[in-house]
Design a protein around this ligand. Structure first.
Ligand code: ATP
Ligand code: MG
Length: 219
């Protein structure tokens, strides 16, 4: 279980994250939505211990894997990029196949397209075992097929490992297809919390209604 209490992140005078209480049950796939600058990456980075909270308490599994918003590649081919994290070649090949990157497996990883690179970054994360996956916008560079592959891979990993997943996204389809629960951040605060379908179809507040109205026209 993840338990967050009175969490704040402040830069100088400006509070960019302000979460009174958030409890995430084990095995949940939680989507974190919200406009640019609403605090999604800040929340994920704090959970990944990449960033220190200004105040508050967090109880969270130590064994977590984090995929940052900016995908990256090391030198070497795609297989090297996965085995570097400790996975064996067979696991690397299976993941590349699952994310439809097998045809590129011997290519230089630094020459991949944005969407390919993002799928490779996910392969690197999924090649290891963890109790908590923290994925910052895992489909932001993907086309429709790529996003579907990413969703399926995340769900399969959760089924196999029983882990919890916290992923930020701007994609309504990703939240609706993959997440059990969604929160929407507005200026660092939780403005909506529920199943993606409920938040999308029956938003409870005017704030959530106007946020999801924008989503409907995007979808
Ligand atoms: N080092 C920093 N110093 C000052 N402000 C910062 C710093 N890092 C982040 N911020 C601010 O914190 C706010 C939240 O940033 P964050 O990256 O969490 O947003 P986000 O919801 O992930 O946005 P996006 O959808 O663009 O990825 C932003 O307004 C950002 O400018
Ligand atoms: Mg972000």
């Amino acid at each position: 279980m993840i338990e967050i209490k009175s969490l704040k992140k402040t830069y100088r005078e400006r509070t960019v994250l302000d979460i009174d209480k958030l409890v995430i049950d084990d095995g949940t796939i939680l989507a974190v939505a919200g406009a640019n600058g609403s605090g999604k990456s800040t929340l994920l980075r704090i959970l990944a211990c990449q960033l220190k909270a200004t105040e508050g308490e967090i109880a969270s599994p130590e064994n977590s894997l984090y995929m940052p918003q900016q995908a990256y590649a090391f030198r070497g081919n795609l297989i090297d990029n996965i085995t570097l994290s400790g996975a064996d070649r067979e696991t690397a090949k299976q993941l590349l196949e699952k994310l439809e990157l097998s045809h590129l497996s011997e290519k230089k990883a630094t020459s991949l397209s944005g969407g390919e690179l993002q799928r490779l970054s996910l392969c690197r994360v999924l090649s290891r075992k963890a109790e908590l996956l923290l994925l910052d916008e895992p489909t932001s560079a993907c086309d429709v097929r790529g996003a579907e592959l990413v969703v399926n891979a995340i769900k399969e990993y959760r089924e196999e490992n029983g882990c919890t997943v916290v992923m930020s996204t701007h994609a309504p389809a990703l939240a609706l297809k993959a997440a059990d629960r969604m929160i929407i951040l507005g200026n660092g605060k939780i403005e909506a919390d529920g199943t993606p379908a409920d938040i999308f179809n029956k938003p409870e507040t005017d704030w959530a209604k106007s946020f999801t109205a924008g989503w409907k026209t995007d979808a």
